[in-house]
Design a protein around this ligand. Structure first.
Ligand code: IPM
Ligand code: MG
Length: 364
């Protein structure tokens, strides 16, 4: 079996980030030893912890490490003490900056029901059972980055401005990624926009429709974002690949996350282009849950979102599908065994973060 060198940067970040990434790293080590790959791990600072230690949420040293790595595994960023800080001085700025620096424009958020968790879903079983979709969220454009932006003026004339802007090239590359993904799945793509009101959405819809001509095997439909928010609850099974812009994707992916029972389970993979001349795709991986500072450091947080994110890294960045499947299968086994953290409502005493990580390692 060929040995691959996996160059990975770990950014534990804030809150529960360090404890969940620790378990994900254990799992990566287990997979590497079982499948004979060489892990080359580095660690860096991002978010609140980086502000504390260096004054910046995304220090230049972290940027250097991230650009040198094949993939980055992040824990979470955000701490309540920065809630009133200006955008430039917030931990979240670190996350936005690293996405931009790595040019990871396609954010994948798979939403899949697990049998063992079906009763934790807020929806009736028959509605949610069999849900299996992936949200492809454009990640490096739109309102999050558009200029002009800022707050100016005084008194009743004080004004806040953000700009939603998309170029054709930005829409095309993420649309191609989504169509490519749909080809490997059930070949259905729903593009979500607000084209009854927004010009960016009108361009979005036009460009996606043009790109669809190159993918005749994929059935494309368009949906307005407000209707989509409703359809996700009424009929989540109808979705296969859901493609949308940055802000809509942020909102819909939280809605999607909760459908399957626990946001603690959900991975997120942000993919860019191939790394200079190689077959490795630049990627940033993180659990969807936040930093949950209220339970940080208590060994209670669910590490499965981080562990599944590590699996996604093996699949999407390194093309190691068998290795990724070994992680996914182990996670399912652990869910069925009922040895899970409190957020998944186990029948018996909840397991700790470290116990869940160990259980996954033991079943690989
Ligand atoms: C997410 C998060 C981030 C986002 C925040 C933390 C900046 O909500 O990854 O969905 O809005 O993109
Ligand atoms: Mg979000």
């Amino acid at each position: 079996m060929s040995t691959m060198e996996l160059k990975i940067l770990i950014l534990p970040g804030d809150g529960i980030g360090p404890e969940v990434t620790r378990e994900a790293v254990k799992v990566l080590e287990r997979v590497a030893s079982k499948f004979n790959h060489a892990l080359s791990l580095k660690e860096g600072l991002l978010g609140g912890i980086a502000i504390k230690k260096t004054g910046s949420p995304f220090p230049p040293e972290t940027e250097k490490l991230a650009l040198a790595a094949d993939a980055t595994l992040m824990g979470a960023v955000g701490l309540p003490e920065y809630d009133n800080a200006p955008p430039e001085k917030r931990p979240e700025k670190g996350l936005l900056a690293i996405r931009k620096a790595l040019k990871v424009y396609a954010n994948l958020r798979p939403i899949k029901t697990y049998k063992a968790l079906i009763d934790s879903s807020p929806l009736k079983n028959h509605l949610v059972e069999g849900t299996d979709m992936i949200i492809v969220r454009e990640l490096t454009g739109g309102l999050y980055y558009g200029t002009p932006r800022g707050i100016s003026g005084q008194g009743s004339e004080e004004k806040g401005v953000n700009t939603m802007v998309y170029t054709r090239a930005e829409i095309e590359r993420v649309a191609r990624y989504a169509f490519g993904l749909a080809l490997k799945r059930r070949r259905k793509l729903t593009s979500v926009d607000k084209s009854n009101v927004l010009e960016t959405s009108q361009l979005w819809r036009r460009v996606v429709t043009e790109i669809a001509k190159d993918y005749p095997e994929v059935a494309l439909d368009h949906m307005l974002v407000d209707n989509c928010a409703m359809q996700l609850i009424l009929n989540p099974k109808r979705f296969d690949v859901l493609l949308t812009e940055n802000m809509f994707g942020d909102i819909l992916s939280d809605e999607g996350a909760v459908l399957t029972g626990s946001i603690g389970m959900l991975p997120s993979a942000s993919i860019g282009d191939k790394k200079g001349g190689s077959e490795v795709w630049v990627g940033l991986y993180e659990p969807v849950h936040g930093s949950a500072p209220d339970i940080a450091g208590q060994n209670k947080a669910n590490p499965l979102g981080a562990i599944i994110s590590a699996g996604a890294m093996l699949a999407y960045t390194f093309n190691l599908q068998e290795e990724a499947n070994a992680i996914y299968k182990a996670v399912e086994g652990v869910l069925e065994s009922g040895r899970v953290t409190a957020d998944l409502h186990p029948k018996n005493k909840p397991a700790t973060t470290a116990e869940v990580g160990q259980a996954v390692c033991d079943s690989i």
